[in-house]
Ligand binder design. Structure first.
Ligand code: NAD
Length: 285
């Protein structure tokens, strides 16, 4: 069994991004991200901190806009409109989830798709539906998982892949991106009957649910590649959705939690900022 070392692959990707940023800065362009944080959700604060640290590592500038929990959808959209028009801003990131009084789809829709570095805007998701060549600003976790598989030379084409979880940020876009790479993909979710019957067929099993130990050893095909996206806190410890101790006896490759998918997500955000910055500055020159 081999560990899919997301931390190492992410560090290499960050180093590559830093080099791209250096070249941009030398040509007079400073990539810059605007963060919008609404409320004080503890997990969101921690994710924003990690993203800020990655910006510092890669020399991407950032500015931070904090809104109180009680802000209105319109107040947030007004700031997004301003940021959309600012030439010095290349990426706009609204940290999700938003408080329940805010209409998340309207907020995402307000972002200029060219600055949508999270890849959640319907325009970018729609382009991704066409084929691989139209993928550009794709959601960071799916992008990171594909880079991780590719780095370890794990074939995707023709493979039987089971995706557990169908969220708009992981399961659905990742299913589409894997289909773009000619995998045979089954997407399972809360309403799937007999989850085990599906997971047992998986040559690559990807799990993004948010339930510790949802996947136990008996649900894994011997030799499968396991990608655990889940982040759960159990007794103060971070664990995934897969029972790691049982899975490692069956799997050929497995991502650890922490140190697997999480660092790849952050590194892919930095890569997306550079993609957006290059496209925007080419367009304006
Ligand atoms: P979500 O919370 O929006 O949705 C959960 C998904 O799991 C849904 O598709 C639901 O139908 C499915 N589900 C729920 N119960 C199930 C069950 N018993 N059997 C099968 N499917 C079931 O999903 P999300 O936002 O993609 O987050 C999922 C997990 O991934 C969370 O733990 C989250 O913290 C983590 N996450 C990690 C990263 C990372 O970078 N590592 C990024 C995003 C999300």
């Amino acid at each position: 069994m081999q560990i899919l070392d997301g931390r190492k692959v992410a560090d290499d990707l960050l180093a590559h991004t830093k080099e791209e940023v250096r070249i941009l800065i030398n040509s007079g362009i400073q990539p810059k991200l605007a963060f919008l944080l609404i409320g004080k959700h503890p997990a969101s604060l921690s994710y924003v901190k990690q993203k800020e640290m990655a910006c510092q590592k890669t020399n991407i500038q950032y500015e931070h806009h904090a809104f109180p929990e009680t802000s209105s959808t319109q107040e947030i959209i007004s700031l997004i409109s301003e940021l959309n028009h600012r030439e010095d801003i290349h990426g706009i990131l609204v940290q999700l989830p938003l408080p329940s009084n805010i209409e998340t789809p309207l907020v995402i829709k307000a972002i200029n798709p060219e600055k949508d570095v999270d890849g959640f805007h319907a325009y970018n998701l729609g382009k991704m539906m066409l084929n691989k060549n139209f993928e550009s600003l794709t959601p960071c976790t799916p992008k990171g998982i594909i880079i991780l598989l590719e780095t370890y030379k794990i074939p995707i084409e023709g493979q039987e892949i089971v995706m557990v979880g169908h969220s708009n940020i992981v399961g659905k876009p990742l299913s589409m991106m894997l289909l773009n790479r000619n995998a045979t993909i089954t997407t399972c979710h809360k309403y799937t009957k007999n989850l085990k019957a599906h997971t047992l067929r998986a040559e690559i099993l990807i799990v993004a649910v948010g339930l510790p130990s949802l996947i136990t050893g008996d649900m894994i095909k011997p030799g499968a590649v396991i990608v655990d996206v889940g982040i759960n806190r159990v007794d103060g410890k971070l664990v995934g959705d897969v029972n790691f101790e049982q899975a490692k006896e069956k799997a050929s490759f497995i991502t650890p939690v922490p140190g697997g998918v999480g660092p790849m997500t952050v590194a892919c955000l930095m890569a997306n900022i550079v993609i957006a910055c290059k496209k925007l500055t080419q367009k304006n020159s």
